[in-house]
Design a binder for this molecule. Structure first.
Ligand code: AMP
Length: 115
């Protein structure tokens, strides 16, 4: 069950700060607060979905398409096209700690935007 007070819901509502990389009507991307790669960014949809299974089963097609386009736009904004990996931890068994669907984008190279 989706908890409206999870930390990413608060970031979407701008109740707590984040170091934003990219945002549009469908998604927001920001740096992971505890990076485990030289570049470590999270992309989250603007919608209440706990994980990738929930999102792909229940989100409207427009939001799903918009979300994956936002993942690509985030990669483009960071200039990572040729060097990144994506991870979507799903469920306690896989170590998911925030139950608002998110994709990790990571690289062993340091990419950043001009803040
Ligand atoms: P997961 O373990 O896949 O659920 O990933 C959750 C990620 O969220 C972890 O990598 C955390 O470091 C990250 N995280 C938790 N709180 C924040 C926050 N306030 N801002 C940015 N990243 C966060």
């Amino acid at each position: 069950m989706y908890d409206k007070n999870n930390v990413f819901a608060k970031i979407l509502r701008e109740e707590i700060p984040s170091k934003k990389v990219y945002e549009d009507d469908y998604a927001m991307a920001f740096y992971d607060v505890n990076p485990r790669a030289k570049t470590h960014v999270l992309v989250i949809p603007r919608g209440e979905y706990t994980d990738i299974y929930d999102f792909t089963q229940n989100a409207p097609a427009e939001l799903q398409a918009g979300f994956w386009a936002a993942v690509r736009n985030t990669v483009d904004k960071l200039g990572m096209r040729e060097n990144f990996r994506t991870v979507a931890n799903t469920g306690h068994g896989a170590g998911q700690s925030v139950f608002h669907f998110h994709v990790h984008i990571m690289s062993d190279e340091r990419f950043k935007t001009d803040f």
